[in-house]
Design a protein around this ligand. Structure first.
Ligand SMILES: [Zn+2]
Length: 329
């Protein structure tokens, strides 16, 4: 595990490296930014650097500490992740207990709290006590996708480093370097919203299945027969609510791409660049105004589903709306 394993996040890495090498790492650092963009990797490399015993290059990847980290068995490296949907007070109590004993190496300890915003109020208050009066030398690296959910008292004790999603090109380049084909890398990078974790999931053999289904459905709706609506509604009915929401997200991306084509924006901006030709064909049936209406209809269906609306009725109504809009003059 090395700094050079990190893709992007240059400024953040430079700052962390500087604080580590000058021995000025604050006691609590909060890594804030969307899920799946690489905060975890950066935090792990930072922890390895803080624990590494090399004089020159940290993390060196060779010393005893670095090896223990890579095996996940470093006794002074503590990791807390949500137990189910949140981080519970018992977890923080166990941490306190552990910290009340001397560190194994006699040197500093590092604790990563992943999903820090998921701490229960009691857990957060309990952690606050540790942050206010740390037992021995310990550095906390808190990771949060939604920093607004953290107690302000915790926030005020942390140095906040904000992380942004990666640029599409950077992500695509890295995927290609990992051996994925250029076109699929580009599509995955664009659909992932700059999140490496999501991009990798999309590159799994079945990763694009839902996107392909959404594309097929939009194409079918252009067909003149109304039965296609009932057929598609039947397909959606069999899906889990989360999958339908994911499916609907792709419908939005596809409609947005068609909008780009209809308004003559550069094809370079398409999310679904691999389906350019199919999209161009469908675009002939649409106008800008009707597409904007369709995208709004999809958005309100998504909100209704999030609010637990009936999936069959909601998706049927949405499909009929898109079907009608495609034909309106
Ligand atoms: Zn080392």
């Amino acid at each position: 595990m090395k700094w050079t394993d990190i893709i992007g996040h240059k400024e953040q890495v430079t700052m962390l490296r500087h604080m580590e090498s000058s021995r000025r790492m604050p006691h609590a650092v909060l890594f804030a930014g969307p899920k799946g963009i690489g905060k975890n990797l950066v935090a792990n490399v930072t922890a390895a650097a803080l624990l590494c015993s090399d004089q020159e290059e940290r993390p060196c990847g060779r010393c005893h500490s670095c090896q223990q980290i890579s095996y996940g068995s470093h006794p002074d490296f503590l990791l807390i992740v949500p137990d189910g949907t949140n981080i519970k007070i018992e977890q923080i109590r166990m941490l306190q207990q552990e910290l009340s004993m001397a560190s194994f190496s006699g040197k500093r300890r590092v604790c990563i709290i992943d999903g820090a915003e998921l701490m229960t109020t009691q857990a957060a208050n309990s952690l606050l006590k540790v942050l206010e009066d740390p037992p021995g030398e310990i550095i906390f690296l808190l990771l949060a996708a939604n920093k607004q959910m953290l107690l302000t008292t915790i926030l005020s004790r942390c140095m906040v480093i904000a992380f942004q999603p990666l640029a599409d090109e950077l992500l695509a380049q890295d995927l290609m370097a990992k051996g994925y084909l250029p076109e699929t890398s580009e599509v995955a990078a664009r659909l992932s919203g700059g999140r490496m974790g999501i991009a990798l999931a999309l590159l799994e053999p079945e990763g694009l299945a839902l996107r392909n289904q959404a594309l097929e459905m939009i194409q079918n709706l252009m067909d003149s027969k109304l039965e296609t609506v009932w057929h598609s509604a039947g397909v959606l009915e069999k899906m889990e609510r989360n999958d339908i929401l994911e499916f609907i997200k792709y419908v939005t991306y596809i409609l947005r791409d068609i909008l780009l084509l209809v308004t003559g924006q550069g094809k370079q901006l398409l999310f679904n660049i691999d389906a350019k030709e199919d999209l161009c064909e469908v675009a002939d049936m649409w106008s800008e105004r009707r597409l904007v209406t369709a995208i709004r209809a999809v958005e309100s269906a998504r909100r209704a589903l999030l609010a637990n609306a009936n999936t069959r009725l909601t998706s049927e109504a949405l499909l009929i709306r898109i079907y009608d809009l495609a034909r309106e003059v």
